[in-house]
Design a protein around this ligand. Sequence first.
Ligand SMILES: [Zn+2]
Length: 488
Amino acid sequence: MGRVSSQLRHDYKPGRSLSDRKIPRLRLFLVPAILLLGTVLLISLNDAGGTLHSPKAVSSGGPFGGIQTLEVALPRKASGELSSIQPDTEVHGPVEHDIGHETAGAPEETDPGEAPEASALPEGETLALRIKPGDTLDRLFRRQGLSLADLATMLEVKEARNALAVIKPGDEIQVVHNGPKVLALTRELSEELTIRVLRDGDAFSVDFLADPVERRIAHARGQIKTSLFEAGSDAGMSDTLIMNLAGVFAWDVDFALEIREGDSFSLVYEEVWQDERRLRDGDVLAAEFINQGRVYRAVRYRDPNGKVDYYTPEGLSVRKAFLRAPLDFNRVSSNFNPNRLHPILKTKRPHKGVDYAAPKGTPVKAAGDGRVIFRGRNGGYGNCVIIQHGGNITTLYAHLSKFAGSARKGSRVSQGQTIGYVGATGLATAPHLHYEYRLNGVHRNPRTVPLPEAAPVAAEYRDDFLQAARPLLAQLDAITPTRLARAD
Ligand SMILES: [Zn+2]
């Protein structure tokens, strides 16, 4: 136990917090992004010189360097997909021209004489307007000295009105203008759809650019030497994907305290791609985790009613009425020795719970659904919350620095809801969570007590589930080393 504790402490030293770890990756990403930007601009320049296409796509950016990429990138979106996404929308304006397709080596299929200006936004200055708290379109236009009459005219077009009806802080709207006169406005409506409002004489017309994302299947596997994060990172997994993998097994495995060297995992998951670019990791589709020799497997399943959850290969829910650990494992720095002398009283006291050392302020979650029956100061426990659950089970959370506003005495809480924050109130020398689980008033070890299970796949969907799970489990088998016996 002591050896593992020191490994954990080593691995989770403060300098390696989650946010710190992301910085080098971002830099790595920026290098290809800048190279790509350069390539796109070069392609466009060649394109403009050779075929008379879109000369303004490059020249219209003015001093706004970042905007040029947007103008070049927009026409790459495949407007041919439009009808499947916006069946009720009438498409105005000419068909978009696909620069990427043309430069890919099929120039004979395109006719340079057709719609030479189709892919370019009008020439003018480009503004990227970021919405601030309290902003309205009116205020935004006034601040930039843009014509309010043009805004009113744009909003006469139904699609434009709908697309601009809701704006919230952080949103971005691009405007191409010539002095106060608005020439075009674009807004990304979703990851897959952008609206463009284009000046058309004294009026405005609207078109939509669709850029669908694609989900690809990917695999990863790894073996733990020091930590799940390190093994996952070595396997090419993002931090989010690692957390999602841990989330699938959070009811069976205490990732904060029970991970051992030699534990292993494999998973089948989705990656989200757009324009041959990987945007992010998607859902975990199937996964296996071997913790101290025990094998856990889970498959993601969406039943015909649209309910999505993870199940064992037999169709049992992986969820339990209680989480094994009531806080995120990546914040926990070390285990405490349960047979220790009490650090303040200097006597050996039976320890009736689990201690998780974590930074002050780490959110503490309700381990299961229930009702808060105590919240306040409680002797050596310091700031303490007690939750009453079904089946005459109570859970207790001690030494909190503060309470969550939504978890007052008498209020109902659901599993995973934040009820307070790690602290060192009461008899505690350092910030940690002391967690107890009592059944019929008797303390039980929360890490080993058998937990009630959630509902399995509904009987009428069982065949559908088995059919959906089979190929995913086969993929999992294909990437998992063979073994003689399986414990599941
Ligand atoms: Zn304790």
